[in-house]
Ligand binder design. Structure first.
Ligand code: NAD
Ligand code: WQD
Length: 368
């Protein structure tokens, strides 16, 4: 029995594709929209290979004000949206901030307007730990709880903060207006989850689904994977003079399957508990340094990977480790996979798919 239909924007991307898979496996129907700016439609076939069900795919740009009206008209049973589509490169956001505001903020406004028009009442939004900025500026805020004051430090983070605010204002207005109109049952249908992810990592254990960025990667693990395959000579370690146990910066790396499961549980929570707007951290609560990550990924690959210490990267902070207690308690969510599994799964995906989704994986993986 289907639980209903969910629109997944940016659903051919890394986190969106794994969330589409989790939704299908749980019994939801899924409609994906994406303009394929940073992804490939082949992932839809891989999702089907893994779970035996295929999401619908509509190629659409979120900056097109008519895009969502068309989707909601074509699929009138959609009652919830998980909104991933965005630009996400922190460095690039400093060079092209208007592109980031256009896609991330204006694109979301288009989505919210269409949701209002078509009475699509639940939204799960991909926010980011980056909205906290440097939490070490406050005492006792590491690991970071949701109550930590927000303070993004780059244009990308500013767009995530702006969208969190817009969604909060929109959902609150919908609820207030419907309550004033004497429709409290309609009012409580409007709900939003603001999911603040820490550092997503890994791939599907089958080796046939993973992250396939279209340009040059800039995140630590995809870069380490390129060092392992020889596409890159060595990893540059951005700073070894942080006040951490080994001098390198600390992040909270979360397996992509745990992260995607968090979306499923957040959506279920919105639909049954009607909380209004609620933020949840999705992280493991355990921090790893850059050196620890090099060691863990080298272990998965089976040999030491070369690196060199370089100056700190502008805008980096010492420590982004989550306090995930709220999601643990309220959503019944906990991470189940280790960093070692994330590294092994990433390596299996990388070595079997040197061209990402542009090439079929080895037959033995497809048959497994
Ligand atoms: P991704 O780039 O793999 O996925 C984003 C998808 O959005 C891509 O498939 C891209 O083609 C699509 N897209 C971009 N612009 C679009 C447009 N104008 N119209 C329609 N589709 C468009 O990135 P991801 O890592 O899967 O991230 C998904 C979401 O999670 C993003 O909102 C990102 O900001 C957020 N997030 C990511 C991370 C991370 O480290 N990966 C961490 C925290 C938050
Ligand atoms: C991790 C650590 C680097 C590359 C970013 C965004 C955040 C979120 C996740 C979207 C840092 C170090 C990295 C390298 C290195 N994305 N590093 N050499 O910066 O924690 O978070 O992605 O929302 O918003 O800011 O992730 O993977 O880039 O870096 O030493 O070549 O690895 O300095 O300490 P980050 P990352």
């Amino acid at each position: 029995m289907s639980l209903g239909s969910v629109l997944v924007t940016g659903g051919t991307g890394y986190i969106g594709s794994f969330t589409a898979l989790a939704l299908l496996e749980a019994g939801y129907k899924v409609v994906i929209t994406d303009n394929l700016y940073n992804s490939s439609a082949e992932v839809v076939n891989r999702i089907e290979l893994i779970c035996g069900k295929k999401p619908e795919f509509v190629q659409a740009d979120i900056t097109d004000p008519t895009a969502f009206d068309k989707v909601f008209t074509a699929y009138p049973d959609i009652d919830s949206v998980i909104h991933f589509a965005a630009l996400k490169a922190v460095g690039e956001s400093g060079e092209k901030p208007l592109d980031y505001y256009l896609v991330n903020v204006y694109g979301t406004i288009n989505l919210l307007r269409s949701m209002q028009k078509h009475n699509v009442t639940n939204i799960v939004f991909s926010s980011s730990a980056t909205v906290y900025g440097d939490a070490t500026r406050f005492p006792n805020m590491i690991p970071i709880p949701e109550e930590c004051p927000l303070g993004p430090t780059n244009p990308y983070g500013n767009t995530k903060f702006a969208v969190e605010t817009a969604i909060t204002d929109f959902i609150n207005a919908q609820r207030n207006n419907l309550t004033k109109a004497g429709k409290p049952e309609e009012a409580e249908k409007w709900n939003a989850a603001l999911l603040r992810y820490f550092n997503p990592a890994g791939a599907h254990p089958s080796g046939i689904m993973g992250e396939d960025p279209q340009g040059v990667p800039y995140n630590l693990l995809p870069l380490l994977a390129q060092v392992a395959t020889g596409k890159r000579e060595k990893l540059l370690v951005f700073g070894d003079d942080y006040a951490s146990r080994d001098g390198t910066a600390i992040r909270d790396y979360i397996h992509i399957l745990d992260l995607s499961n968090g979306h499923l549980l957040a959506l279920n929570y919105l639909r049954s508990n009607h909380p209004g707007v609620r933020a949840w951290n999705l992280g493991t609560g355990r921090g790893s340094t850059v050196y620890e990550m090099i060691k863990a990924f080298s272990h998965a690959v089976g040999r030491d990977l070369p690196y060199e210490v370089a100056p700190r990267r502008a805008g980096d902070v010492l420590d982004l480790t989550s306090n995930p207690t709220r999601a643990n308690k309220e959503l019944g969510w906990k991470t189940e996979r280790t960093l070692e599994q994330a590294c092994e799964d990433l390596w299996r995906w990388t070595k079997n798919n040197p061209q990402g989704y542009r090439q079929q994986p080895p037959a033995e993986l497809l048959e497994a």
